[in-house]
Design a protein. Sequence first.
Length: 465
Amino acid sequence: MFEFLNKKSEAPLVCAMFNYKNNPMAGFHIPGHYRGQGVLSDFRKLVGDDVLKIDTTDEFDNLGTLHPASGAIKEAQEVAAKCWGAKRTFFVTGGSTVANLALAFSMTSPNDELLIGRNCHRSVLTGLIISGAKVNWLIPKKLNDWAIFGNIEPNDVEDKLKNNRNIKLVWITNPTYEGVISDIEAIAKICKKYKAALIVDEAHGSLWNFSAQLPNCALNYGADAVVHSLHKTGGSMTQSSMLHLSKNSCFDENKVEHALKLLHTTSPSLLLLTSLDAARAHLSSQEGKQQLQNAIDNAKYFRQEAKKIKGLSVLEGNIDITKLFIKINNLTGLQLEYILEHDYNIEVESASDEGVLLLSNLGNSREDFVYLINCLKDISSKKYDITQKNVKIMPLEDPEIVMNLREAYFAPKEYISKEQAIGRISSEVIALCPPGISILLPGEIIKKEHLPYLFNYDKLEVIKE
Ligand SMILES: Cc1ncc(COP(=O)(O)O)c(C=O)c1O
């Protein structure tokens, strides 16, 4: 019945979906297009018959339910938990955004004090608007030459926890978007010493479990919860993520599950859930391991060849080597992105003030990297005369928060021009995605230093005086 799998237990949900697709029943339920019969025929051509045949939600077709987990969905989550060495793994169809919201919603309460990396994703902050918990900032090292955040120093975590014994939870993003690694082993030990729980947002590290040449997953260091955006680099479909609780997690799994249930859609896509099962099975398979090895080798090849190009630098150090943050002398990141896209037909992951981020992915070939290197050689040999507005992407300012996030979010507000807003208190979360790091938060004083980042905004939402 299965094309590549030897037994059902290798990928329970993939197998259940094969079964469902191959044994159609007469259906009188949601989704109303009924296996693709009721859609625009050009749309069917676009996505293919099979995608529509398996577009269904839970509770139907004996495939199981997500909340509470049952059937093949439950089995797939259990296999994933085993694969990552977790006590419990939850599949999430709203990305790591929903995973972070659920952790904040279930594990923090109004006025709890938390320690959070300044470079956290905006979903963490949105979660705290829901819960009402209070933020203490942990400022990562600033890599000023690259205009990005670097690692978080364990000593800084210890100082904060020593000086504020009310802090109950530490929340770290690791790796950073550009791949910089913090010493999670040391940070986890410090958290244990001060009886603070540890969440690691490992959204960009979902491949780490599958190669000894990549950093160690925080679950192995005893982080209480870890979030993985499998869809970012792990090969699952866009919006699908996993939330793991470690073997000795101090978090109550029922509370996390309850929060996920409240925050999730009540119609989770089986296609997305199945893609999580498939991605985990693929990364565990010989073929997947080989693809990951190729991605690592391609990244090494790129780093080696890049050294030979005059004026080109690649971010090195304690880093996930598959993330290639590069810059070229005399070009900003946005300019380099523009040239790569328009002159060379290359789409990058993102561009920032100084550089451009490229990923060495499971799906890339060596030829892709040979082409990229040749293009970069060409670019470095040319002189460009590009004028561009003074826009900034990566906010490195230390936020001055004067009100609780939740109170500020729900306070009476008004909209005024951004120039008039200097000195006022923001009542909204503003963050460019990617990387989703906040430029302004509810309760934060707006300063003139913010203005270059707010190039998309004429008016800002501030608290009424
Ligand atoms: C560190 C980090 N956490 C969480 C998220 C949210 O992930 P998702 O896009 O899967 O909702 C992102 C997205 O970019 C991220 O960079």
